[in-house]
Write a protein of this length. Structure first.
Length: 167
């Protein structure tokens, strides 16, 4: 069973940054809501990923799973009733390239070879190891993923590959 929950820092940061923006744009016309939300989400996610790169943070398998949960929590916030956004604004936000970038980073992190995990935990800096062809099925990744609940993996991968543009 998956008992990973979003990190406190993600809940705090998204509540401090994204929630007020969502509240502030509700009275704007839909096109302006989409524009404002796109800028805010992209800036938030890019700043987060840039911080990871700048600090050269490395991730174990468990750390990659936690980061996946944390990234997913931003999607969840956008889709939640708390956002107060129309389905069109939510869909525009979920379609942003920054979410595909974060998905690719997670897939990359989950592909770490098991040997490296044991020799050097946190072997793969986020994004740097991620080739453009990183869109492979989670079922094809290393044996270290077998500890994951297979149903959860398939559901997550299906949800994200269904939204990928054709190569």
């Amino acid at each position: 069973a998956n008992d990973i929950t979003p990190s406190d820092y993600v809940i705090s940061a998204s509540s401090a940054v994204l929630t007020p923006i969502m509240e502030g744009i509700r009275s704007l016309p839909q096109e302006q809501q989409i524009s404002a939300m796109s800028v805010a989400l992209t800036a938030f996610m890019e700043a987060w990923m840039a911080h990871i790169l700048k600090e050269q943070l490395k991730f174990s398998l468990q750390g990659a799973l936690q980061l996946r949960c944390d990234f997913e929590s931003i999607r969840g916030l956008l889709q939640s009733p708390v956002s107060g956004l129309s389905p069109e604004v939510v869909q525009a936000g979920l379609s942003l390239p920054v979410f595909q970038q974060s998905d690719n980073a997670i897939i990359c992190l989950l592909q770490q070879p098991p040997r490296k995990l044991y020799l050097r935990p946190c072997a793969c800096p986020i994004l740097l190891c991620c080739p453009p062809v990183c869109r492979v099925a989670v079922e094809n990744v290393s044996d270290s993923l077998q500890s994951l609940d297979s149903l959860d993996r398939r559901a997550w991968e299906r949800r994200h590959t269904d939204n990928l543009p054709p190569n």
